[in-house]
Design a protein around this ligand. Structure first.
Ligand SMILES: Nc1ncnc2c1ncn2[C@@H]1O[C@H](COP(=O)(O)OP(=O)(O)OP(=O)(O)O)[C@@H](O)[C@H]1O
Ligand SMILES: [Mg+2]
Length: 323
């Protein structure tokens, strides 16, 4: 767990503090996403967690220990850092770039080599093609993936990721986000993830921290923030399609009626949805099939009925809560 208590940082010659009295907790094994406009202090926060920048005021604790009392190089070995501009060493191959920290830690050569190949596979860069390439031979998105692989190389419990997918086109980005979430299910790292894309934040965050001008504006789970934006700044960050984002986030199993009678339900796939699908996908299926009810299935077994009325009641509840 990472705790920031009343952290402030002012850079010399800049009138406004980059970070202003910030207090927050990053839960162990969860993805906390820092989101906010350019210049709101996101990178500075990450750099204070691994002591590349020292706060003027306040204290940061990792697992209850004040990081100012820890040796910075030792601290950084427990924290993987994916920097915003990737920063690969130009004269080293991709494989050598990824193995920098394991080498520093004196891992046996075979263990390092295995890890490099495993990470290249995981980030969608086939080792036989990419391991011996040089950074200048990569696209921006590929270089970012190498940055992620490099940060994961020494298996640190904490990861700081500064806009790791920013240079990737939307389709690849979606794929990388899915892959990242799948991997996180297994590795359960404590992750501080920076983005200024609210959709990305909602999709991958267990917890969101919304920042503006160095200050915390709101924090909570994606659904808490979508259903209860605390002010106009948060509402405008979310955008006009709040309802659609909510329906993207709630799974069919969350709104289905498990007690509804399943008799007489057509057997065709057109009226079936999977429990883990977003409600939005069920709505699309209803419209396509001109029906107002679909059967929700879990591992091919019927689990309940999702109805248009059920969805509408939920939307009414949410909008009622907002007023
Ligand atoms: N080394 C520095 N010296 C002076 N000012 C700095 C320094 N680093 C950051 N700042 C200033 O602190 C503020 C916060 O910067 P920071 O890089 O943390 O923002 P950010 O939220 O990461 O922005 P972006 O989304 O553009 O990456 C900005 O006003 C920036 O100009
Ligand atoms: Mg930044």
């Amino acid at each position: 767990m990472i705790q920031l208590e009343h952290i402030s940082k002012r850079f010399s010659g800049v009138a406004r503090p980059a970070v202003d009295q910030l207090s927050l907790t990053v839960e162990k094994g969860k993805i906390s996403v820092f989101v906010g406009p350019s210049g709101c202090g996101k990178t500075t926060i990450l750099r204070m967690i691994n002591r590349l920048v020292e706060p003027d005021e306040g204290t940061i604790f990792i697992d209850g220990k004040n990081i100012l009392q820890m040796n910075p190089p030792l601290l950084r070995r427990t924290i993987g850092y994916v920097i915003q501009q990737v920063g690969l060493l130009p004269h080293r191959t991709i494989g050598q770039n990824i193995s920098l920290v394991p080498e520093l830690l004196g891992w046996p050569r075979e263990k390092t080599a295995r890890k490099v190949r495993e990470l290249l596979e995981m980030t969608g860069l086939p080792p036989e093609e990419f391991e011996s390439k040089y950074p200048y031979q990569l696209s921006g998105g590929q270089a970012q993936r190498v940055g992620v692989a490099r940060a994961l190389a020494a298996d640190p419990p904490i990861m700081l990721m500064d806009e790791p997918f920013a240079a990737v086109d939307p389709i690849i980005r979606m794929h990388l986000q899915d892959e990242f979430l799948r991997v996180q299910q297994h590795i359960r790292k404590t992750i501080c993830f920076v983005t200024h894309d609210i959709s990305e934040a909602i999709k991958i965050g267990d917890h969101l921290v919304i920042l503006n001008e160095g200050r915390l504006v709101q924090s909570g789970t994606p659904i808490e923030i979508l259903t209860h934006p605390s002010n106009d700044f948060v509402s405008s960050l979310i955008g006009d399609d709040r309802g659609s984002k909510i329906l993207d986030l709630i799974r069919c199993e969350g709104l289905m009626d498990p007690q509804a009678p399943l008799v007489d339900f057509p057997k065709d796939n057109g009226s079936r949805v999977q429990a883990v699908w977003p409600v939005k996908a069920a709505l699309e299926r209803m419209m396509k099939n001109n029906t107002d009810e679909v059967m929700v299935c879990r591992e091919d077994q019927p689990a309940g009925i999702l109805s248009w009325n059920g969805i509408k009641a939920h939307i009414n509840r949410i909008s009622g809560e907002k007023q």
